[in-house]
Every structure is written in structure tokens, then in C-alpha cells.
Write a protein of this length. Structure first.
Length: 138
């Protein structure tokens, strides 16, 4: 399992305490997090502006991505290894929202090919599923 330092090193980023702590939170869970989740989990170790700045930088360099969950809350999750500053590759997975616990997961599996009429150009694709997660369905 990669550590925050490995991820930062792989993207040629400085290993600052904020980046290490925030990436560590994403690595330690398997679901998307909000800014508020990070504030709570990190015990208000970083002020809101610092948190937003670090998150924006991590998103820009391809370490995290925004997660669409059908709500107006912005959530983030770790990117797959092939993301970088030039290209995010998030069109190949489903965002799954648990209707019981509210957690949002990125699920990767083979998706059907979506064919749109030729006059349409897709810039972004979000596929959302809702139901009960593995922890809540029992």
C-alpha cells in the first residue's frame, strides 16, 4: 500500500505536513471525504484556508478528484495511479452513495460503452448509483 510520501514523491511534490496529513486521511479510508470530514478527522489542525489550498493543489496535480454524489456537497477521493496534472481519468468508474450511512465510494469495474449521437461531445461523465454499501446491507 502506498503512503502519502510515496504519492507525493511520485508526483514530484514537496512533502509538507499538510499534504502528508490530508493524503493520509484519504489513504486510510476507502470512501470520499468532504472538507468538513477532513477538518473533523484532523482535529482542526489546519485552518480552513490552508485546507482548501492544499486540496486544490492535490486536485490540480492529479492526486485527488471531485466526486459527484447527486448532492451539492463537494467530496473528494484519491485518484487512480494514471492521473496527473494533464489528465484526470475518472470516466471509468461509478460513484456509489450509500443511502443508509451517506458514504460515497468510487467503484471500478468494466462499464458499458456509451454511444452518443455524433453531434455531442462528452467533456465529463458521471455515473451515480445509490443503494446500501457492503457495511450497511447486512
Amino acid at each position: 500500500m502506498q503512503t502519502a510520501i510515496d504519492l507525493l514523491r511520485g508526483h514530484n511534490l514537496r512533502k509538507t505536513p499538510g499534504r502528508i496529513d490530508i493524503l493520509g486521511e484519504f489513504i486510510s479510508c476507502n470512501y470520499a471525504l468532504t472538507h468538513k470530514d477532513l477538518e473533523t478527522n484532523l482535529g482542526n489542525k489546519y485552518d480552513r484556508v490552508t485546507l482548501y489550498r492544499v486540496m486544490a493543489g492535490l486536485e490540480e496535480c492529479g492526486l485527488i478528484h471531485r466526486v459527484y454524489d447527486g448532492d451539492n456537497t463537494i467530496k473528494y477521493a484519491l485518484c487512480p495511479p494514471d492521473c496527473d496534472t494533464e489528465h484526470h481519468h475518472h470516466h471509468d468508474h461509478v460513484h456509489f452513495v450509500c443511502t443508509h450511512c451517506g458514504k460515497t465510494y468510487c467503484l471500478s469495474f468494466d462499464l458499458p460503452d456509451i454511444k452518443l449521437p455524433p453531434q455531442y461531445q462528452v467533456n465529463e461523465l458521471n455515473i451515480l448509483a445509490k443503494g446500501l454499501c457492503n457495511d450497511c446491507h447486512d
